[in-house]
Design a protein around this ligand. Structure first.
Ligand code: T5A
Length: 203
């Protein structure tokens, strides 16, 4: 079982992932959790490059770096765990590349991003993708006291396009579950858990 969480920065993905992981533990399921970019030694080094505001990175290079970090994570951890019948939760996956680099940065035509995503993910597709939908203003308010990384310095228009990207993806993919993230963590978790139970993967 592969579950991914998507949404703009500050939408509450990490908070929800930890709640879901804990709930799964109560059911005797020990889920593997990885963040993107990151999750392997190589991918964490690439993450350091991507988020460092001191590095000016060409937009196409940015797509390829996110994708390289992903390829390593999927090959090194995700595919072996899935072959072993284990649960995997991803804090972001290739939908983020469509939303951030495709819609936000407008680095490459969307169909090119989809092709690169297919290669970098080694053909792996999530069973469920939770999209925590929150306005830019609400998300920014939640993380306003935090040091801004390179991506978070991109500006309001960029984030509005990223939201449009996630909305478009969610409207055209059955694996997406759009969750209203402007509620308490407990209310959001109840919806997430309901969808996981309905997926039929829990006995
Ligand atoms: N990126 C990533 C790309 O551009 N392309 C790609 O292909 C990929 C994979 C990653 C950056 O890289 C970009 C996207 C990102 O800009 P990151 O540090 O991993 O950077 O950033 P995020 O994944 O965005 O993580 P964040 O920590 O910013 O946001 P989360 O995880 O969505 O939010 P969370 O849970 O940490 O919560 C943020 C704050 O809100 C509070 C929390 O306590 C916390 O203080 N909160 C709530 N407050 C009120 N109500 C709720 N329901 C709340 N839930 C959480």
């Amino acid at each position: 079982m592969l579950i991914s969480f998507e949404g703009i920065d500050g939408s509450g993905k990490t908070t929800q992932i930890h709640q879901l992981r804990q709930r799964l533990e109560f059911q005797g399921i020990d889920a593997n959790l990885y963040r993107e970019p990151g999750g392997t030694e190589v991918s964490e080094v690439i993450r350091g490059l991507l988020l460092n505001p001191e590095f000016p990175i060409n937009p196409v290079t940015e797509v390829l770096l996110f994708s390289s970090a992903r390829s390593q994570l999927i090959a090194e951890h995700v595919i072996p765990k899935m072959k072993n019948g284990e649960w995997v939760i991803l804090d972001r996956f290739y939908d983020s590349t469509v939303a951030y680099q495709g819609y936000g940065r407008q680095s490459l035509p969307i169909e090119h991003i989809h092709s690169i995503n297919t290669i970098a993910s080694h053909g792996v597709i999530p069973d469920i993708t939770f999209y925590l939908r929150l306005s830019r203003q609400q998300a920014q308010a939640r993380i306003k006291n935090r040091h801004r990384d390179r991506m978070e310095q991109a500006g309001d228009d960029f984030y509005d396009r990223v939201i449009q990207g996630f909305d478009t993806l969610a409207a055209s993919n059955n694996r997406f579950r759009t969750i209203d993230a402007d509620r308490t963590p407990e209310q959001i978790h109840a919806d997430v858990w309901d969808a996981v139970v309905k997926s039929g993967f829990i006995q």
